[in-house]
Design a protein around this ligand. Sequence first.
Ligand SMILES: [Zn+2]
Length: 402
Amino acid sequence: MPEVGLAQEKIRRHNLGALLRLVHLNGPVSRTVLAQRMGLNRSTIMALTTELTAVGLVREELPKDTRQQGRPSLMVLPESHRVYVLAFDVAVDQLVAARIGLGGVVLERRVAARTRAGADLDYVVEVLARFGRQLHDAAPPTSVCVGVGASYCGMIRPGDGMVRFGPALGWVDQAFGAELARRLGLGLPVLVGNEAHLGALAEQQRGAGAGLQNLIYLHGDVGVGGGIIVGGKLLDGDGGYGCELGHMMVNPHNGRPCGCGSRGCLEAEVGERALLDAAHRPAELFGRDAVRTVVDEADRGDPVARDAVRRIGEWLGIGVANLINLFNPGMVVFGGMLRDLYPGAAAQVRSRIAINVLPVAKERVRLRISALGDDTTLIGAGELGFCELMADPLDVLFRTTP
Ligand SMILES: [Zn+2]
C-alpha cells in the first residue's frame, strides 16, 4: 500500500476505535454528538458506524424522542452480546468473576468467598479460572471474548500482572496475571491492575465522576487504596505503584500500627479494624457485614457506634483535606467499605475540609459515594479487558473470532 494510503488506513482504524469507545462509555449517542465530540463530519461518522454495524459491534436506531424538527439524527448503541470480556475482582474477602458485554453491561457473574488465610495464589487462581471457563463456555456461540482484566487489592507490576506486594494477605511477588492466563487457557493475556487505580478510572469513565478530568477515588477494605486522576490521566508513578493513599501519614505520634510496618497511616486510622475497635467489637468480628452493623447502629443513634463512625470520619477528613490541598480534585469518591461509612461520617469530613483546606482549593470539590456501587473495581477490571478492542476494533475481532 502506498504511504498516503497507509496513513489514511491508520487514521480510519484509530477513528473506529475512538468512536466505539465513545459509544461503549456513553451510548446511546447520536451521530450528531459523535461528529461534534470527534471533530469529524457527518459522512465520515456514517462511514465509521456502518463499518462497526457490519461487524456487529454497534447498532443504530431512531431516537425515542422524535418531536424535533427535521430529520432526526440516528442513535448509535453498543451491541452487548457480540463481544465480551472476562473481568475478575480479587478482594480480601471475596472473589468475583464476570462476563461483561460492550457498554459495560455485567451479563453474568460468579462469586466465591475468600478466607483471610494468608498467601493463597493457588486457591485464588483455581477458583477464578474455573469461574472464567464456566462463563466462557456459557456465552452464546456467536459472541467472542476479546480480553481479560483483573483487579487485585495490592501493588501490581504493569506489563505482567505480578502482585509485588499485597500486605493484607501477605502476597509478595506472586505471578497472578501469568498464572491465571495459563489456567484459563483462552490464549489471551490477563491484564491486572490495582483495585483502587481501576476503581478511579471506572468512576471517572462511567461512574460518579463521569466527564471530570480531576478526581480522587478512595477504596476502603481492610485497608484503604487510592487512585488519583489528574488531567484525565491516572497518576501511577514511576513503577506503577503510585497513589498508595492509605499509607499517607495522618497520625505519626499516637497512631495505630499499620500493616505496612509503619504507624498512623490513613488506613490504620480509618480501615475496617479501626472502626470495629472504636466500636468495641471483638477481634473475631470482621468483614463488610460487621462494618455495616456498626454503621446501621450509628444511624439508629447508638452512642458507641455513632462515636466510632465520627472518630473515623475525623481521620478520613484529615486525609481528604490533605489530598484536596495537594491535587485540587473536582470530586472525591468513596468506594468499598468507605461507601458504607461516608454518609454517617460526612459531617466530620466536611468540617475538616472547612478547617484545613485552602479557601480556593475547596470551592468546587464535590464528595460522593461510588455510583457503580460494589462493582466499581470489577467494572474497572472489565475496562482493562476492553482496552485492546478500543485501540483497534477490527484487528481484535479478526484475531479473536474462531
Ligand atoms: Zn501503612
